[in-house]
Design a binder for this molecule. Sequence first.
Ligand code: FAD
Length: 289
Amino acid sequence: MKTAELFEEKTVFSLEVFPPKPEADEKVIYQTLEQLSDIHPDFISVTYGAGGGKNDCKTIQIASDIQNRYGVESVAHLPCINLTRAQAREILDRMHECGIENILALRGDKNSDTASCGEFRHASDLIQFIRENYDFNIIAACYPEIHPESRSAEDELKWLKYKVDCGADHLITQLFLDNDYFYAFREQAHATGIDVPIEAGIMPVTNKRQIERMVKLCGVELPKKFVRVLEKYEHNETALRDAGIAYAIDQITDLIADGVDGIHLYTMNNSYIAHRIFEAVESLISVSV
Ligand code: FAD
């Protein structure tokens, strides 16, 4: 099923996982997927490294298994920054053969040490390529606090609108910790004529190093109430985990009450946390249908 159709029926609740490292025991990701499939998410998306690492080929296998073994719709991510057109075609053909219908088309992060070696400059180039050659449902990334490379919010929205005009059917945001950024962004996106569903990306933060890395990489602001939680519980793993879960539930509750199109949970492959969050918001999702 194409994910864009899901929004016609309900508030979408979806999950993101990443493939295991090459040296990791494959059983673990399949145990995680089995536990995540108990949630009956609307779809599970699988990340794909832009650097061409060895575990990237696992993205297609895992996305295919999510559908065929667990009966859950899947989305395969595809960053294009280091791909030639021939390589993109090869990967997309494999995805099609595996029955994958949904692609999250991305540029990927630039590596400051090496020049990119691909033929696509932006996600919009890949979106156009897919639209011209395939029948996939296409998802694209968006940034409520604007992408670190964007010169201004106007520029950001102009290029986001261009991605939608090139063929993106649905958008998923970067993580954010202050819902007001999402509301302002969504309003501006609608005013720019962006009329596809926008899912809110929520990352339950459960460890200080993880959030510091994210803030550096994505330019996400830490609200004062979040910093208070981090500082109070940073040395107590269980307390920080529980506080991170509570914070995410609070964010999601507010977003659903405000009529968000969907929630995309960055699970970090942690099914325990995903379950706790889902159980807390399950009834809210069904009320908002
Ligand atoms: P683009 O849309 O190309 O945007 C990048 C910058 O260029 C922005 O400043 C934009 O305003 C500008 N821009 C866009 N189009 C044009 C244009 N046509 N002309 C000029 N400027 C333009 N990375 C991975 O490597 N693997 C993953 O699996 C992955 N999953 C992700 C999932 C989500 C939901 C999100 C939000 C991000 C994910 N990323 C992933 C990270 C992503 O690759 C980076 O954020 C990357 O820096 C930008 O990707 P993009 O697709 O948004 O790029």
